[in-house]
Design a binder for this molecule. Structure first.
Ligand code: CA
Length: 372
């Protein structure tokens, strides 16, 4: 049960009192005065997330971020991490960081499509960029500048805070042998992927993750997506479904955002500002690497110890999803002038990187696989 906003504000105020300092208010000085040196301000910040506390990778990496910021700042910046619903609900991160209830949030840009139409481009697009390609577009292709532009009116400064890599399509209680099997299928699949699924004849359902298990058991849902083997094994999805489908065309490389309250970030001394922003970059790569390193081990456990049936989506299904995705994303681009500019930057980058990856990563991986 979530608290109402006013109660949360009270809770936040109470927490501020408890911590004896909030936001950019410097805390009292340590023993510097006794040592005869100039006092250094210390900061106590809050980092809220959209994930359960300590969920592997998504939940544990913010704790790692807090630890390295503490170390690099020599203890001048302490960050306390809150899981979803500990301070605010998981889908209230944007508003809470914008208003200063917390200074930092770890979430996904596509959750905020109702506020800013173009946000899915900064997390993931069906049949769009992979994780490696997202990192490149954001840093070198104009992505981060566009992202900052659309978040600035909300007093927010977004950075990359991880990537899931290519996800799985998800967990099914029915086999998919052709497009006909998508018709009438009830699946928890949010966002643009859900819209594509709907146009293919499926019935996308929006549901809290916590309600999915019962819904799958009672038949209210036939299928659900989540992340990939590493997270899905720990969450126990193999206990409610037998078939595990790939590839995750709907989330080919989801960027996780680490978003700062811009006023609070700008008010930091230059060295602490550099520390938190560079720690975000370390976090971005570390989270991605954790998935890359551990997904296969979890997949083998799912198959060999839990009897999960691994299945590839049939070609006609993928072909139709790809056709419909282009339609849905082109319609999104027509929303307004800003979304059009984001779409053009993103799709132009995708054409270029696809062209080179066809003769580099793709050609190499094909060649590697074909050698017996
Ligand atoms: Ca997902």
């Amino acid at each position: 049960m979530r608290l109402g906003f006013s109660h949360r504000s009270l809770a936040a105020a109470a927490l501020c009192l408890l911590l004896s300092s909030c936001g950019n208010e410097p805390t009292s000085v340590n023993s510097a005065a006794a040592a005869g040196t100039a006092p250094q301000q210390t900061y106590q910040w809050k980092l809220i997330t959209s994930w359960p506390k300590n969920l592997p990778a998504l939940g544990t990496t913010p704790e790692f971020f807090a630890k390295i910021v503490d170390e690099m700042s020599g203890g001048r910046m302490k960050i306390r991490v809150f899981g979803a619903n500990e301070l605010v609900g998981g889908l209230e991160v944007f508003d809470a960081v914008s208003s200063g209830v917390a200074e930092i949030g770890h979430s996904g840009a596509y959750y905020w499509q109702g506020k800013i139409a173009g946000t899915p481009f900064f997390s993931t697009i069906p049949f769009g960029l992979t994780g490696v390609e997202m990192n490149a577009w954001l840093d070198y292709g104009g992505g981060k500048e566009l992202w900052r532009e659309i978040y600035e009116p909300f007093n927010l400064y977004p950075t990359r805070g991880g990537n899931s890599g290519t996800q799985m399509f998800g967990w099914f209680n029915k086999e998919i042998n052709s497009l006909e099997d998508i018709k009438g299928l009830k699946m928890r699949i949010p966002g643009l992927g859900g819209e594509v699924f709907s146009r293919a004849g499926g019935l996308p359902v929006t549901m809290q993750v916590s309600d999915v298990f019962t819904a799958m058991q009672t038949g209210a849902l036939d299928a659900t997506e989540f992340v990939g083997p590493y997270n899905d094994l720990s969450a126990g999805y193999h206990t409610i479904a037998s078939y595990y489908y790939y590839p995750g065309w709907h989330e080919p490389g989801s960027t996780i955002e680490l978003v700062f309250n811009k006023e609070k970030l700008d008010a930091l001394p230059n060295d602490l500002r550099a520390i938190v922003l560079n720690a975000a970059e370390v976090m971005n790569q570390k989270l991605y690497d954790e998935y890359t390193a551990l997904n296969n081990k979890a997949l083998q456990t799912l198959i060999n110890e839990h009897g999960v049936q691994l299945r590839e989506l049939p070609k006609d299904v993928l072909d139709e999803f790809r056709r419909l995705s282009a339609e849905v994303v082109a319609e999104l681009a027509d929303t307004d002038e800003t979304t059009r500019r984001i779409y053009e930057s993103y799709s132009s980058f995708q054409r270029g990187v696809e062209n080179y990856h066809a003769i580099s990563e793709e050609a190499y991986i094909d060649a590697r696989r074909d050698q017996d």
